[in-house]
Write a protein that binds this ligand. Structure first.
Ligand code: GDP
Length: 483
């Protein structure tokens, strides 16, 4: 019980620029600040227990618990556009990546390791290289939690903007501690105090004012106080007691993936537990394979990568999606089996997700209609994007399809062209709820995973008859139920 009147506390809050509206519950940080002001003890944070952490992350097994070692923190920079995320990342990369490694950097792999001097020792941390809350949100939507600490950049001449709020919301929802970088303090019109006030009014109380959100005033452009920022981040990391067991098979998350013309699918992982070794057999989302080569963030071939480290891997049979989890298994057969069963469960998930958000596949098209679960879709029209090997095939397929009965169901050919299926075909399909049919063409792995992500169906055929037959079956399913 506080022996202080409500009015007094309100007065105190006002003096800090916080304006409670009377009914609002106070954020924990604000309560703490009030308690500090009136010398009341706060009983809060439970002591750290490895078991809790294991439960929280679900990345540890029983066997890990007595083999845990410290690991570097993984950091993400978020914030409103133009507030200086890229400038800050660039500055850190330029000044903090060890010189020997920096020379080797040709192309980023999506994350890089940085050495921060603390009390004369260099301590590693890892920065995810794609700033912005979209990347963070996309990963989170897939259940991935890679980031240990979010650095949220707020420009001192601009204050809280919509994407600042989104970034804060993402970090809070993910339970990731926040460090605020108040940037551009070198600029005319910079007003860091105002930014701090704005932040406290939404529940982020600066440490300097008795709260527990560290805020560091920096100029990313001039490099001013960036060292302070990094030190602060490392202190927050220390409190988190980040651990992993390096003595086991690796597990982790894909942060970036693509298709390289010469090497095939390339993926960057953050190893979250264990150590990934060259030659390991990996299953990764719907993809699997043997890690033929590993490259570190400096583009150098390495033999292994331990906890928290970013590592680029070549050898998967397909391009995974950012946010996919990977794990090392003992044989290729197990890997294939796991990848396939995951593909199957994802397929089921997607079908039900599609039924909800109105995306169309040939089978959902037919079954949705035959069970008359109209969801506001224009089910009377089958929208088709057709990709074929030769210009000459287009007319043949089109004619074969158009002789199918179309009294109540129509077919709309949105696009017919020669060539492999591309990402822009998928974009077009999303916008118009189309299905992509390919005849004697390919859909590269990256396009497939892109389509999967967007909920677009790509159906590839080598025999014209089968293509026609599938379309007819779907349309007949439809025809049966339409009066
Ligand atoms: P992002 O969209 O958050 O990645 O922002 P950028 O890093 O691209 O920065 C947007 C603009 O702000 C660029 O013109 C930067 O040069 C400028 N900028 C970034 N940091 C600072 C800073 O500390 N001081 C000043 N004066 N300008 C900055």
């Amino acid at each position: 019980n506080l022996a202080v009147s409500e009015g007094e506390i309100l007065g105190f809050l006002y003096s800090k620029g916080i304006k409670p509206d009377g009914v609002q519950t106070l954020d924990k940080d604000i309560v703490k600040m009030v308690c500090k002001e009136y010398d009341v003890e706060v009983i809060d944070a439970a002591p750290f227990r490895v078991e809790d952490m294991a439960k929280k992350k679900e990345i540890f097994d029983e066997e890990d618990l007595d083999k845990l070692e410290d690991r570097p923190p993984v950091l993400t920079i978020m914030g409103h556009v133009d507030h200086g995320k890229t400038t800050l990342l660039d500055h850190i990369r330029k000044t903090k990546v060890a010189a020997s490694e920096a020379g080797g950097i040709t192309q980023g792999i999506g994350a890089y390791k940085v050495q921060v001097p603390i009390d004369g020792n260099l301590r590693p941390c890892v920065f995810l290289d794609t700033p912005g809350h979209e990347a963070f949100g996309a990963m989170r939507a897939r259940g991935a939690r890679v980031t240990d600490i979010a650095i949220i950049v707020v420009a001192a001449d601009d204050g809280i903007r919509p994407q600042t709020n989104e970034a804060i919301a993402h970090a809070k929802a993910a339970g990731v501690p926040i460090v605020i970088a108040i940037n551009k303090i070198d600029k005319d019109g910079a007003n860091p105090e105002r930014v701090m006030q704005e932040l406290s009014s939404i529940g982020l109380m600066p440490e300097d004012w008795g709260g527990d959100i560290p805020m560091v005033q920096i100029s990313a452009l001039k490099g001013e106080n960036v060292d302070d920022l990094l030190e602060t981040v490392m202190l927050v990391a220390e409190l988190q007691e980040l651990k992993a067991n390096p003595h086991r098979n690796a597990k982790g998350t894909v942060i970036e993936a693509g298709l390289d013309k010469s090497t095939g699918p390339v993926a960057t992982f953050i190893v979250q537990n264990g150590t990934l070794k060259k030659g390991d057999i990996i299953v990764c989302g719907e993809a699997f394979g043997k890690a033929r080569a590993l490259f570190d963030d400096g583009g150098k071939r390495v033999d292994e990568a331990g906890p928290s480290l970013p590592i680029q891997v070549i050898g998967l049979n397909n391009v995974p999606v950012a946010g996919d989890e990977f794990e090392v298994v003992s044989t290729l057969d197990i890997a294939r089996e796991k990848a396939e069963s995951r593909a199957e469960s994802l397929r089921i998930e997607r079908i039900s997700a599609k039924a909800e958000d109105g995306k169309v596949t040939l089978s959902s098209f037919a079954s949705a209609v035959s069970s008359r679960t109209h969801t506001g879709l224009d089910l009377h029209q089958l929208v088709i994007i057709m990709k074929v090997d030769l210009q000459g095939s287009i007319e043949a397929i089109r004619q074969a399809l158009q002789v199918l009965p179309q009294d109540n169901v129509t077919m709309k050919f949105l696009l017919q062209a020669a060539g492999d299926v591309t990402k822009s075909d998928v974009d077009l399909a999303v916008a118009s709820k189309a299905i992509i049919f390919g005849f004697n063409v390919k859909a590269p792995g990256s396009v497939k995973s892109y389509a999967d992500n967007k909920g677009v169906e790509i159906r590839l055929y080598k025999v014209i008859y089968e293509l026609i037959d599938d379309v007819r079956t779907a349309m007949e399913g439809l025809l049966e139920t339409v009066e």
